[in-house]
Design a protein around this ligand. Sequence first.
Ligand SMILES: Nc1nc2c(ncn2[C@@H]2O[C@H](COP(=O)(O)OP(=O)(O)OP(=O)(O)O)[C@@H](O)[C@H]2O)c(=O)[nH]1
Length: 398
Amino acid sequence: MDADSSDDEVPTLIHPEDDDSAPDLISATDDENTRSKVPITIITGYLGAGKTTLLNYILTEQHGKKIAVILNDFGDTIDIEKQLTVSDANTTSASPIPFVPLANGCICCSVKDVGVAAIENLMEQRGGFDYILLETTGLADPGNIAPLFWLDDGLGSSIFLDGIVTLVDAKNVLKSLDEGYGDEKTEEDSEAHDHDENSPLLTTAHLQISHADVVLINKADLVSEEELGSVVERIRSINGLARIKTTTNSQVPQLEDFILDIHAYDEVKDADLKFSSKGHSHLDPTISTATIIFPSLAPVQVAKFDEFLRTMLWEDRLPGNVSHTNFEIHRLKGRIPITDGRVLLVQGVRNVYDMNETKGTAISKGTDQDEAKLVLIGRGVDQEAFRNSLLATLAIHC
Ligand SMILES: Nc1nc2c(ncn2[C@@H]2O[C@H](COP(=O)(O)OP(=O)(O)OP(=O)(O)O)[C@@H](O)[C@H]2O)c(=O)[nH]1
């Protein structure tokens, strides 16, 4: 399940060929920029899944980093007990650890006002830390948080999103996915999460898993091997990109690569996309992962590929006269070789995406490297329809 290793060079930003009102993306991939920016890992997961336990574990492990922790508390009250728990457990050499509790509301609703201000405030203490962990409330939707680090000029210039780690409770996660167990059903939630009465229930657990770069299936001690296997299978069917680790008491043996320095948004390694050979699973009726495999692009097709992405992500439809059901993309990653030797790397969260190219990577014809892969995670993602639409778009005017 742990798949990750590649010697690929760090990608650089390419400039879009047209000026088509693309959001002003801030590349986290420029070598020098990335080095001077502070990485942030978002830790999300259901109420009681083990987020605080994970923070305590990280802060007491030897990792040679000075870590700042931001707690995003839900509601008006500050969870004093939780802050003390983490502070007291900090026996690491990294000190002091500034705590910035976000007292007012869930970060997904008010991140512009509260979350950004707290992070900017924290950045004034720069030099006191070299890594940020943001623990979100159990009800947060990470899809609203992640694009901020691309789109907010202020934030994007000083920090970069390293990755999203989602904790799930092995004992309760299937219930959460099937019944929305643990979700507070407000009217707003019902509208946002389940707007179409005929669609299967979209729960907070789905949102947290579909956006994850790493899923920790915690509380493994509370379930049998067989139950654990079913949980792994279900999560893999929702999010085929995430690396999955089972833990007890949130103890991740290897923090580097799994929690810290994941580089989930500035690299797209071939190994990240390797699960795709296992095919499209419909184990979860609500969200699935689709992999579109297609031949490497001719240079003139790059603009067409971009058009496909824009139409899909910004207009919520598929180009090329392909019929499809309603869909919603949560996360996408792609690795697209071009016949002139370049390789395009694509990253996206919801309707925000970024396309970079690797420098001078030669492709060997007739090998796996020659194959382009686009992986999509979301609702209503019909692999065949998406592939047909992409191929139809690439064929036009080429
Ligand atoms: N049996 C068992 N208990 C665990 C494990 N991990 C955490 N716990 C316990 O589960 C409870 C909740 O853990 P927390 O780390 O507070 O969970 P959280 O996600 O921060 O919870 P909220 O802040 O409410 O969202 C605590 O009593 C932990 O000691 C585990 O792997 N197995």
